[in-house]
Design a protein around this ligand. Structure first.
Ligand code: SF4
Ligand code: SF4
Length: 434
């Protein structure tokens, strides 16, 4: 089991946190605690799903991404555009119009990640045909899903399709097209998990990207640019077939790579699906497409358009307003293999101690504490469940008095003892006390 450098793209603004405990119940990784009226994240457990960002009523949880200012560091900044970006705009706005406006924000070139997605689909197809292990295989393009499997379902790591992500494939295309030190490659992203994936790539020694810019960080500028250049020249920048763009929505990746797949979106459903595979229930499918966000990448925490509207926008554009296939731009193929360079390792984030015998002792202690807790998972202690609270006590993160019920019983016991003491005191002393 490995340990991993702590870095995540989700962070807390302590000034905004009200300590309401809403987020602890919705974190699929049990990675949030509330202490002294403020939430904090257990870094090693966080899978970057963004659920807490969506759920926090005070907007105290934030998703990190780079700003447009970062482009100044590079003489040749290149944008890689996620397929879900097109869903942010009504379907009557063409792909080339969107890409041209984006380029005018300061990029030397823009490249469709749908192109990388299509290459990933072809590699996945080949991989499924080889059937190197029993079905089903699991899609690996969503970094949150890969991290969830590393943390909670390590027995399924071998089921992951070992093909590098469309984002990284597209970055290699960009580097092939623009070799040189002064080139900066940026992913225009619906989610901050991609930032973590760039800083700590899975399946790769090193990422080919320099940063990740969220849709929300460029949306307003882009709308202004589109309005300003309504009559301006539209460049032919599209390069991908429509199938690559469908990866934005639920089912798109599965349709592009397999003929017998099932698609699951939303992190809780994903965890349920992984349990199904672990129990051997889904071996009739050759591929299971998992997308952490509800609605797929169109529902990512850095998007600006409602995911259902985003899906409608994509559908409206498809067929009617797709780029002319005869005028698609021809891009170089990425050099070398697009398979993983190294397999992601299991991570021991839920282990009570690295030493097995110590872990067994702690587990017994934890069971003992748990047996004394009320078992109603109220969250008032700042942990999501009584079990998590018992674990926090044995690992030193919490004190038993953090449970209001235990504290109440303790105070009641002390009060009863005081009453008994009063009763047995000599009458003269009792008088003095009174
Ligand atoms: S949901 Fe979590 S982060 Fe947001 S205010 Fe409540 S405790 Fe703080
Ligand atoms: S991003 Fe997801 S895993 Fe990380 S703390 Fe928030 S809800 Fe939990």
């Amino acid at each position: 089991m490995g340990k991993e450098e702590k870095h995540h793209s989700i962070y807390l603004d302590p000034d905004k946190c009200q300590g309401c405990t809403n987020c602890i119940k919705h974190c699929p990784a049990e990675a949030i605690r509330v202490s002294n009226g403020r939430a904090y994240i257990l870094d090693e457990r966080c899978i970057d799903c963004g659920q807490c960002v969506r759920i926090c009523p005070s907007h105290a949880k934030q998703a990190e991404s780079d700003s447009l200012g970062v482009l100044k560091k590079f003489a040749t900044p290149i944008a890689l555009v996620a397929p879900s970006f097109y869903g942010q705009f009504p379907g009557n706005i063409g792909i080339n119009t969107i890409l041209t406006a984006l380029k005018r924000l300061g990029f030397a070139d823009v490249i469709e990640v749908a192109q990388g997605a299509d290459l990933a689909a072809r590699a996945t197809e080949e991989f499924l045909a080889q059937k190197e292990r029993p079905y089903p295989y699991i899609t690996s393009s969503c970094p949150v899903v890969v991290r969830l499997i590393q943390n909670r379902f390590p027995s399924l790591l071998d089921n992951l399709v070992p093909v590098i992500s469309p984002m990284e494939i597209s970055a290699r295309i960009a580097r092939e097209l623009y070799p040189g030190e002064e080139v900066g490659v940026f992913f225009i992203s619906p989610c901050s998990a991609k930032l973590t994936a760039v800083r700590h790539p899975r399946g790769l020694e090193e990422s080919a990207l320099d940063g990740v810019i969220g849709f929300r960080d460029i949306y307003v500028n882009l709308k202004v640019e589109m309005a300003r250049n309504r009559e301006g020249e539209v460049e032919q920048l599209a390069s991908a077939p429509p199938s690559g763009r469908r990866w934005a929505r639920v089912g798109g990746e599965g349709e592009d790579s397999s003929t017998h797949f099932i698609s699951i979106d939303g992190i809780d459903r994903v965890a349920e699906g992984l349990e199904q595979i672990e129990n051997g229930n889904w071996d009739r499918f050759d591929l299971v497409e998992f997308m952490c966000c509800p609605g797929g990448c169109l529902g990512g925490p850095l998007t600006v358009t409602n995911p259902y509207e985003g899906a409608a926008n994509m559908k409206e554009r498809e067929g009617l307003n797709d780029p002319d296939p005869a005028r698609l731009r021809k891009l170089p193929t990425p050099p070398g293999e697009i398979r993983w360079e190294k397999a992601p390792e299991p991570l021991s984030v839920y282990q009570l101690d690295e030493d097995f015998s110590k872990a067994v002792v702690l587990m017994e202690k934890m069971e003992e504490i748990l047996a004394g807790l009320p078992g109603i998972d109220c969250g008032a202690c700042g942990a999501p469940t009584c079990q998590a609270f018992a674990e926090d006590i044995v690992t030193g993160r919490a004190d038993i008095n953090g449970c209001v019920f235990m504290l109440r019983d303790k105070i009641k016991g002390l009060t009863d003892q005081m009453v008994d003491l009063q009763r047995v005191m000599p009458p003269s002393f009792r008088k003095k006390e009174e």
